[in-house]
Design a protein around this ligand. Structure first.
Ligand code: 16G
Length: 240
C-alpha cells in the first residue's frame, strides 16, 4: 500500500482507496481480520485519527465490519441486484447461488386502511393479507418485508408463504404477474429493525416500496421493505 504524503489527495482517502483495492482484488478475503488502527498508523506513519477516518468510512460503506471486542473484518461481498426484471426474492437469491429462506413474523387478515386500499384499488375496510417476513440468504437476514395482498383476489396459504415463494403461489393459482413500480430511498435502521437484521442501530438501510400488478390490470401487492445497506447493492443498466 503506497501512501503519497505530498499528494493533495487527503491521506485518509488514499488509505481508504488502497484498502478497497485490496478487498476488490480479493487480496484481503471476506471474513479476515484487518490490522489494528495502531498498526496501520505505525506502518504508514500517519495519525490514528487518519486511519480511523478511513476505516469508519469503509465500515459505513459496508466494506468492513466491526465486531465488538474482536476487531475489524472484511465484509462479505454485497449482493448485487439488477433493477431490471420483475423478480421475486426467492428467484433473485437462487440466481446468485444463495439459499433463500423466510422467517414468518406474522400472517394475518386485516382490514385495509385508506392508503393501502387506494393503492390496491379496493374499498376501505376490505380484507387484505398482511404478511411480515424476514428474508434470509444463506441464513443471513437481508430484509424485512411487509406485504399486503387483497384477500378477495387470491386465497393464500400460510404454510406456502412460510416455506416458499409468494410469487410462485400466485402463479400456481393461474395469475400472471405483469409489472411493478418501485421506489428506493436511504434511511437508517431503527432499534427493532437493527435487532432483526443483526446490524447496529442507526446503520444505513434501503427502504423499498413496490406495487405490483397482474396482467388483468389488478393490483396484486403493496410491499414495504427494509434492506440492509451493508449487504445490498442495486444495479441499473443505462443506455443512451
Ligand atoms: C421481492 C419483492 C416483493 C415480493 C417478493 C416476493 C423487492 C423490493 N420486493 O422481495 O415485492 O413480494 O419479492 O418474493 O424486490 P417471494 O416470491 O420469494 O415470496
Amino acid at each position: 500500500m503506497i501512501i503519497d504524503k505530498t499528494s493533495p489527495v487527503p491521506l485518509y482517502y488514499q488509505i481508504e482507496e488502497a484498502i478497497k483495492l485490496k478487498i476488490d482484488k480479493g487480496e484481503w478475503e471476506s471474513g479476515s481480520m484487518i490490522s489494528s488502527e495502531r498498526e496501520f498508523a505505525e506502518n504508514y506513519e500517519v495519525s490514528r485519527m487518519t486511519v480511523r477516518q478511513a476505516i469508519n468510512n469503509l465500515v459505513n460503506d459496508g466494506y468492513l465490519t466491526r465486531r465488538k471486542g474482536k476487531g475489524t473484518f472484511v465484509s462479505g461481498k454485497k449482493i448485487e441486484q439488477k433493477l431490471l426484471g420483475l423478480t421475486s426474492f426467492t428467484e433473485d437469491m437462487k440466481a446468485r447461488g444463495y439459499k433463500p429462506a423466510s422467517k414468518l413474523v406474522s400472517f394475518q387478515t386485516i382490514q385495509a386502511n385508506h392508503q393501502i386500499a387506494k393503492v390496491l384499488e379496493i374499498s376501505h375496510n376490505n380484507e387484505i393479507y398482511e404478511i411480515k417476513r424476514v428474508r434470509l440468504a444463506n441464513d443471513v437476514p437481508m430484509a424485512i418485508e411487509t406485504t399486503f395482498v387483497p384477500a378477495q383476489l387470491i386465497h393464500l396459504q400460510e404454510s406456502h408463504i412460510q416455506d416458499g415463494s409468494l410469487y410462485s403461489q400466485v402463479e400456481q393459482a393461474g395469475f400472471h404477474i405483469d409489472y411493478a413500480t418501485q421506489s428506493l430511498e436511504a434511511s437508517i435502521a431503527r432499534e427493532k429493525e437493527s435487532e432483526i437484521l443483526e446490524i447496529a442501530k442507526g446503520a444505513p438501510v434501503l427502504l423499498i416500496q413496490r406495487q405490483t400488478y397482474l396482467t388483468n390490470g389488478k393490483p396484486l401487492e403493496v410491499v414495504h421493505s427494509v434492506y440492509r445497506g451493508d449487504r445490498y447493492k442495486f444495479m441499473i443498466d443505462m443506455k443512451r
